[in-house]
Write a protein that binds this ligand. Sequence first.
Ligand code: ADP
Ligand code: ZN
Ligand code: ZN
Length: 737
Amino acid sequence: MAELNPILRVAIPSPVRQTFDYLPPLACGQEVLLPGIRVKVPFGRTTAIGILIEVAAHSRVEQGRLKRALAVLDEQPLIPQDMLLLMLWASSYYHHPLGEVIFSALPPPLREGKPAEVKGISTWQISAAGLEADAKALTRAPRQAMLLSLLRANAQGLSAAALAAGNWRPALAALIAKGWVIERQAPCLGAVAGSADEAIPPLNEAQQQAVQAVLAAPGFQPFVLDGVTGSGKTEVYLRIIEQVIAAGRQALLLVPEIGLTPQLVQRFQSRFQVPLAVLHSNLSDQERLCAWLMARDGSAPIVIGTRSALFTPLHRPGVLIIDEEHDLSFKQQDGFRYHARDLAVIRAQRAQVPIVLGSATPSLETLGNVGEGRYQSLALPKRAGTAQPPLMSVLDVRHQPMEGNISQPFIEMIGQHVTRGEQVLLFLNRRGYAPVLLCHDCGWIAACKRCDARMVLYQAQRSLSLSRCHHCGAERPTEQRCPSCQSTSLVAIGQGTERVEEVLGKHFAAAGIVRIDRDSTRRKGSMQALLDGVHAGRSQILIGTQMLAKGHHLPNVTFVGIVDADQGLFGVDFRASERMAQLIVQVAGRAGRGAKPGQVVIQTHHPDHPLLYTLITQGYAAFAQAALLERRQAELPPYSHMALLRAEAVSAELPQAFLQQAYEQGRLLNNAHVQLSAPVAAPMERRAGRYRAQLLLQSQQRAPLQRFLSAWIAQIETLKMARKVRWSIDVDPMEMV
Ligand code: ADP
Ligand code: ZN
Ligand code: ZN
C-alpha cells in the first residue's frame, strides 16, 4: 500500500479556473503547511509561486502522477485566514480564477516570492528638539544648517531620494548625534511631529448622531452616511476612527482614485499621531510592501487606499469606511472585475465590524438597500459651519447666441463674478479641443483606424494640432486636407475643455484661466501647481472635467457653471442619468464653500427634461427616488441582477459565433429564473483593432444567477471556440460598453 501523503491544494495565478494539487516538498515539516503560505511549484515547463489553499487527504490526480512542490516560502501564513476566505468568496462570486484573485491583491515583491519583510528604507525627520534648536549654532556648519531648514520645512520627513545630491551624510550624522533629527526605518508615512495646531471643530447635532450610531453598532452593520457636499462627512470619519484606534482596533478607509489627495492624507496625519499606511498607484514596490505589512501586523492603525486596498489584511479590524461610495473607480473594469464597495460590505460582515458608505450622491444600488431596510441611513442634511447651500438654476440656451457652447448670458454671469474678484468653476466632461473633425465639402469625418470612434482634436493652433483616440490612445497629426476629397475646409465640431478655454480667453484674458483635466495634469505635480495658483487667487477661472468634481476645497468659488448637461440625458447606458445627476451635484458642491454664497447654473437645451427638473427643483434624494421607481418598473438593477459574458477577437465573426454557442448551451440549461438575451455587438464594436460582442444575463435573484453561472461557465470552458476568442464574465457590470 502506498504511503498516504498530504496533498497540497495550491492556487496559481493562471487563467485556469481550478487549483492544482502537489505533494509536499521533500524534507519539509508538516507543521509549516498552513493555508496562506506561499509554495514554489513546478508548473508546465517552468515553475510558479502559488498560495496553499488547503491540505487535503485525497487528490483526483493519481498519487504516482502528482508532482512535488519545490519549496515552502513562508513559515507563517502570508495571507491571514480571513482574507483567504474573502478571496475564495470573491473568486466564486465573480467567477474569476482564484489564483488571479489572490495574486492581484499582493504587493509585487510578494508575488515574485520575495520575503515578507522590508529592508529599511530610511527617512529622516526633524525632532521636537530640532524644531526648537537655534540654527545660529550652525553658522560654521552650513551644510547642517541647510539640511536642518530643509527638514523643518518637510516635517513629514524626507527619504534619501528626496534629499539633494552631494555629500550630505556626514551633516546628517551630526544632526542625528545632536538629537535634532530622527532616522526612521519605514518608507510608509509616519506621524507628523508636533502639528497638532489644527483646530478641531465641535460636531454638530447630525454629525454627533452619525458618529454615535456607528460606534454603538454591536458588530456588523452597514451605514450610509448620506451627507450633502461640505456637510462634514470626513469629520465624521475622523471621529469614528479616533475612537476605533483608541480601542486598539484598525480602520480601513477606501477613497476614489482622484480622492486620494495630499490634502486628505495631511488631514489624517495632523489629526492622528500614528503611522498611516497609504496605498495608491504611485508607490514603489517597497513602499507598497511596507504599507501592506504594517497593515497586516497592526502597526499601522489607519489604512487609506484606493480600490485594491480593500484586500489589505488587517490585524484587528474595527471599521471599514468607503468614501464617495457611488464612485465608478471602485469597480475594476478589466481582469478581475470586482466591486470594492460590495466586497467591503462582505468583508465587514465576516469581520463583524460596522461599515460606513459615505456620499452626497449615493448610488441607486445603495439607496435600494436603504429602502429594503438592509442599510441604515445617517443623514447630514446641512453644510457644516456657516457655508450655505448653493442656489441651482437651469439656463435654457435654445435661441441664445452662442460662442462655441457658451451662451451669451453665461458669459455675462461669469463676468459679474470675476469683476467682484470671486472665482468661477466651469465643468465640461470632455477633454481636448473638439470631439469631431468634419469635411465641409464631402462630409468625411476623422475616425480612429482601430476603433469605431472619432478622433478627438487637440490644440487650437491648427498647425501643431494633434488628433487622439480616447479609446485606444492612437495619435496622429490632424489632417489639414480632407483625405477623401482634398478640400481644405475642415471644421472642428463640438467643444472640449480646450475650446472653452479659448472662448473664455477672448473675454477674460486678465482673470487668469486654468484648465484642469487629464491632459493638463499629466506631469507629476502639475495639478498641484495649477491649484496653487487658484488658491493664491492668481487664477479666477477654472475649467475642468470630473477631476474637479470632488475633494477640492475652494472657498472663493462662488459660481459653478455646468457647460453641457445634455450629454448625460440621453446616454445608451441605463445608468447615464444617474451618473449625470451625481456629477452635477458633486460639481455644484464646489460652489459657495466659504463665507460667500454660491450659484450653480446649468446650460441645457432640455430645460423641461423630467429628471433634470426633479434634480434642480427637489434635489438628489427626490431624483434618486424617481429614478429608482423607473428601475423597478423596468426590472433593472437594483431590482434585478445582471451578468455579462463578453468576447473579443480580431475578426468580427468569432466573438459572435462563440457567444452564439454559449447562448445555445445556456438555453439547454433551461433555468426559468435566468433570462438570456441573444448575443449582440458591443455598443462600440471595434476597439483597439478587436471586435467585441456581449451576451446579457438577468435574474430577479442572485442565487439562481450564481448557480446558473457556475454550471454554464463549466460548459463554456469545454467549447473549442472558447480558445479562439478572449472572453470574460462580468458579474454586476457597471458599464455596458
Ligand atoms: P465633506 O467630507 O462632507 O465634503 P468635510 O468633512 O471635508 O465635508 O467638511 C467640510 C468643511 O467643513 C471642512 O473645512 C471642515 O473642516 C468643516 N467642518 C466639518 N465639520 C464641521 C463642524 N461641525 N463645524 C464647523 N466646521 C466643520
Ligand atoms: Zn472631403
Ligand atoms: Zn482608437
